[in-house]
Design a protein around this ligand. Structure first.
Ligand SMILES: Cc1ncc(COP(=O)(O)O)c(C=O)c1O
Length: 460
């Protein structure tokens, strides 16, 4: 009997949430029902998602940063279908396929000159796991430093070096000898390094949870200290890499040269999971230093040809469409339009960004009247105010955004790097409308605020 996946999908149309409720994560279904994000998307095109009624949603979430090229990019699609058609001898394992070599070469050409080796994995967290093993083995040291509030993934090694508390609770004990230091605090880092026994400092150039940028000069001093104490620097560019911040790697903004770089997300072209670690030659050759260690770290699917092909296609499109530059330009436009809103609107405390990684932070307003509304929400649940923005943006203006982390009033924008002035305008106009509405207290948006409070009370 023939199998036609599109017919199978058509037969089950509209069962999405029921199936998830019954067989997958029912709590996610509850969350989506509660905030009204429970749409039935049927297509993705560039910067837009299209639901079963044909309504188009502007996607400023990009699958947590995966869709740098937008959705359904024709070049990536063609690369994928060409690879399928070619019946390549995939995953032989005891061979050296061409595609991983080609993608490794292409990625290393983007990296600082000291970085000469590439390792492939299947996701961001796997890239971090590999980096943890590499730095420990190469240095013979076990201590690892990471930043408060950082996020490096959810498998045990990467979670052990993630500061974001909401993910850690209840999963103890973690990997030993991993210690958090405050992000941006050079004295704390120095104190932690001074014994000369730290293998590596793992960092996100811009923290994804909260969109936190480093203080000026921080990373330069970090590099100096790390060099002084022979501690390796691992840049987690899983979210910030491949042009997101207006440079190919975000660390380029601060003129530093990490020893290892982790990549994932955007390299997938939005299709095939992939992770990569770019690594200094001497570190890599310590880990793989004898023939009997040739397979000492790896993963069955790590170099699969579909992932390699989308990686190459993604790099091609980034170059061809000048998307890194576009990210910088569109980021500047967004900043120029959004920053003045922080002057104008009491709730908006700060807009911070690099390229198309943007954080909008809200704080308790000065106006006494507005403070009543803010306190009502924040007493029910810390960070609830942000939903007063994201939900109307979605419901009224069909713009998909996210709150930048638990218990915080920061909204994160991660639009695809392909956006144009039109999408910038659409977002800015919608955002200002919603913001202006929030400043009318009481008002319709605050009726919704009361519903949020009731839901939050029910949960606790
Ligand atoms: C900075 C950073 N590192 C690592 C990860 C983990 O990547 P993955 O979800 O592919 O395991 C993420 C995912 O959001 C991330 O943002």
């Amino acid at each position: 009997m023939s199998f036609d996946i599109l017919k199978e999908i058509a037969k089950r149309r509209g069962e999405n949430y029921r199936l998830h409720k019954e067989y997958l994560n029912a709590q996610l279904v509850r969350v989506l029902n509660t905030i009204g994000y429970d749409r039935f998307y049927e297509r993705g095109e560039g910067a837009y998602l299209i639901d079963r009624h044909g309504d188009r949603y502007l996607d400023f979430l990009s699958g947590f940063g995966v869709f740098a090229l937008g959705r359904s990019h024709p070049v990536v699609k063609k690369a994928l279908s060409d690879i399928l058609e070619a019946d390549l001898p995939a995953l032989v394992q005891l061979d050296c396929a061409l595609l991983p070599g080609m993608l490794g070469e292409a990625l290393l050409a983007k990296a600082p000159p000291s970085i000469k080796r590439c390792f492939f994995a299947n996701s961001g967290t796997e890239a971090i796991e590999a980096a943890i093993k590499f730095v420990r083995y190469a240095t013979g040291r076990s201590r690892i430093l990471y930043c408060d509030n950082s996020y490096h993934g959810l498998s045990y090694g990467s979670l052990s070096i993630s500061g974001a508390k909401e993910f850690r609770q209840g999963f103890e004990p973690f990997l030993p000898d991993c210690e958090a230091v405050p992000f941006g605090d050079i004295d704390a880092l120095k104190k932690a390094l001074v014994n000369g026994d730290v293998a590596a400092f793992f960092f996100e150039p811009i923290q994804g949870k909260g969109v936190n940028l480093p203080p000026e000069g921080y990373f330069r001093e970090v590099q100096q200290l790390c060099r002084q104490y022979d501690t390796l620097m691992v840049a987690d560019e899983v979210q910030t890499g491949l042009g997101r911040t207006g440079k190919f790697f975000a660390f380029e903004h601060w003129g530093i040269e990490p020893d290892l770089i982790a990549l994932a997300k955007a390299l997938s072209g939005g299709y095939i999971p992939i992770g990569a670690v770019l690594c200094r030659e001497d570190i890599f050759s310590k880990v793989f230093h004898r023939m009997d260690r040739a397979l000492v770290h790896g993963s069955t699917f790590g170099k699969n040809p579909l992932a390699m092909a989308v990686g190459l296609a993604t790099l091609h499109v980034l170059e061809e469409e000048k998307l890194v530059k576009n990210a910088a330009n569109m980021g500047d436009l967004l900043m120029a339009a959004l920053q003045p809103l922080a002057e104008k609107y009491d709730f908006l405390y700060e807009v911070r960004s690099k390229g198309l990684m943007i954080g909008l932070e809200f704080r308790s307003p000065r106006s006494l009247k507005l403070k009543i509304g803010w306190t009502m929400l924040e007493t029910a649940q810390k960070g609830l105010f942000s939903q007063l923005i994201t939900v109307p943006l979605f419901q009224r203006y069909r713009i998909l955004t996210q709150v930048a982390g638990n218990n915080m009033n920061v909204i994160k924008l991660l639009p695809p790097l392909i956006i144009t002035q039109q999408e910038v305008n659409t977002f800015v106009n919608a955002f200002e409308d919603v913001l202006a509405d929030c400043h009318r207290y009481p008002g319709t948006i605050w009726d919704f605020g009361s519903t949020l409070v009731k839901q939050a009370m029910k949960k606790s």
